[in-house]
Design a binder for this molecule. Structure first.
Ligand SMILES: Cc1cc2nc3c(=O)[nH]c(=O)nc-3n(C[C@H](O)[C@H](O)[C@H](O)COP(=O)(O)OP(=O)(O)OC[C@H]3O[C@@H](n4cnc5c(N)ncnc54)[C@H](O)[C@@H]3O)c2cc1C
Length: 183
């Protein structure tokens, strides 16, 4: 009976929802006896099990913007067996207009001390035609954003490369979905 908010506030670096919230550009409403504030997902995740929440605050709302253009996205997860935490995962979301990428969001899971927003990869997409080369270059930047160490789920090099491949595959799927095609 876990909740999405509980998972986000728990901030496990391998938790699925953090990467998704970074990709879709979510905002979190935090309430305390003193009032309410809204924090963007970007910057909320600060370290393992550490967030921008104050000890007297409760997350009461998650806001996900609805874009104006056509959009699509996906979440790709490598797990040792079904139901496991991610060894590596990537969330990708994009919107398009006039054949170009209008906005792009990429969140990485389990490749660092917290969920990572691959900002350089996102910036490399915006305004571009989503060609194979543009997508491959953005995916390489996303792989470089991974700050992972070798461990029981694989070497650092392997996990960075899985992140790159997932972002590349995810972007191709997102483009197809934004165009209204089955993916
Ligand atoms: C066997 C198992 C497998 C799992 N596999 C996965 C997996 O594959 N992927 C994945 O992402 N997760 C996985 N999880 C983790 C699970 O998703 C989280 O534990 C769950 O989502 C937490 O949600 P909750 O509502 O139970 O939070 P709780 O456990 O009740 O709370 C977690 C923390 O967040 C705080 N908190 C909760 N809600 C709020 C709020 N609204 N505002 C402020 N603070 C709050 C609590 O005080 C606590 O510190 C797994 C867990 C188990 C036990």
């Amino acid at each position: 009976m876990g909740t999405v908010g509980g998972s986000i506030c728990h901030a496990d670096p391998a938790g699925d929802w953090g990467a998704v919230m970074l990709a879709v550009g979510a905002e979190f409403v935090l309430k305390s006896a003193g009032g309410e504030r809204v924090l963007p997902a970007a910057g909320f995740f600060q370290g393992p099990f550490t967030t921008g929440l104050q000890s007297n605050e409760v997350m009461t709302e998650i806001r996900i913007p609805v874009g104006t253009g056509k959009s699509g996205g996906t979440y790709l997860k490598l797990e040792r067996k079904v139901g496991d935490f991610a060894s590596v995962a990537a969330a990708v979301h994009m919107s398009s207009g006039r054949g170009r990428v209008a906005s792009a969001g990429i969140g990485l899971c389990a490749v660092g001390a917290h969920s990572i927003k691959a900002t350089a990869a996102e910036a490399a997409l915006v305004g571009q035609e989503p060609t194979d080369d543009v997508i491959a270059a953005a995916a390489r930047l996303a792989g470089e954003a991974a700050r992972t160490e070798s461990g029981h789920s694989g070497s650092a090099e392997y996990k960075r490369d899985v992140a790159r491949v997932f972002v590349q595959r995810g972007l191709h799927t997102a483009v197809k979905r934004a165009q209204g095609a089955a993916a």
